[in-house]
Design a protein around this ligand. Structure first.
Ligand SMILES: N[C@@H](CCC(=O)N[C@@H](CS)C(=O)NCC(=O)O)C(=O)O
Length: 228
């Protein structure tokens, strides 16, 4: 199996946490994609994922799977013991719902904010991001506001439960954790008095599958190299 990605980037990090949680780190070959050079917007990559984003999983039979949730479901179910996506109908439904909220409220909008309202990954990639649309920076700012507002929602939610979907760590937590990592490098930080959210973040970062991985922040290294 191959995974096309860039280590340290938010969505690739989701899958690297999943692989660690499932003990599958050694089962895949990682193929680096040059996001700064817009390799993922060229025909060769678009034939693997028409959405032009990483990560993409390629199975040994050639099947291509994109979307972090789909890749997570594949790995989580391989051994018949889904620990991240739910075992019962109720667990599956609640995790799916909370995962989607984390994605819609944080992970997706922070990507739009980062690429449209900040310097993003530089000019080469920017040329592929609605270059002719004058309103794109205002749109990016609105997405940033959406992220800030959602931090309040997640902080309140986590006052009454240890993890997003209840008592157990799940795919929903991985999504929010990666989204907040992207928010950090984009300059949107969790307010110091949002203690439930901050405590949850510490709790997640100390899990064996997450520990040390959040430190592999290639995104920050790339931004520093680009002079941002
Ligand atoms: N919905 C996708 C989002 C993937 C995504 O946005 N990946 C980022 C890297 S963290 C990317 O490829 N960005 C490049 C771009 O937007 O041009 C998923 O769940 O995997």
């Amino acid at each position: 199996m191959k995974i096309y990605d860039r280590p340290g980037f938010p969505n690739p990090s989701r899958i690297r946490i999943v692989l660690a949680a499932k003990g599958l780190d050694q089962a895949v070959e990682f193929v680096p994609v040059d996001l700064i050079g817009a390799e993922h917007k060229q025909a060769a990559f678009l034939s693997k994922n028409p959405s032009g984003v990483v990560p993409v999983l390629e199975l040994d039979d050639g099947t291509l799977i994109s979307e972090s949730t789909a890749i997570t479901e594949y790995f989580d179910n391989l051994d018949g013991n889904p620990i991240l996506t739910g075992r019962t109908p109720k667990e599956k439904a609640v995790i799916h719902m909370m995962q989607r909220r984390a994605e819609a409220y944080v992970t997706d909008p922070i990507g739009l904010y980062f690429h449209h309202a900040t310097s993003g990954l530089g000019d080469t990639l920017k040329a592929y991001k609605s270059p002719d649309w004058d309103g794109r920076e205002a749109m990016g700012q609105r997405e940033g506001d959406k992220v800030r507002a959602s931090l309040t929602y997640f902080n309140e939610l986590l006052q009454s439960r240890p993890y997003l979907a209840g008592d157990a760590f799940s795919m929903a937590d991985i999504t929010l954790f990666a989204g907040l990592m992207h928010a950090d490098v984009s300059g949107i930080t969790v307010p110091a008095d949002y203690t439930a959210l901050l405590d949850w973040r510490v709790r997640v970062s100390e899990l064996p599958s997450v520990k040390n991985r959040s430190g592999q922040n290639f995104l920050q290294e790339d931004l520093t190299r680009l002079g941002f």
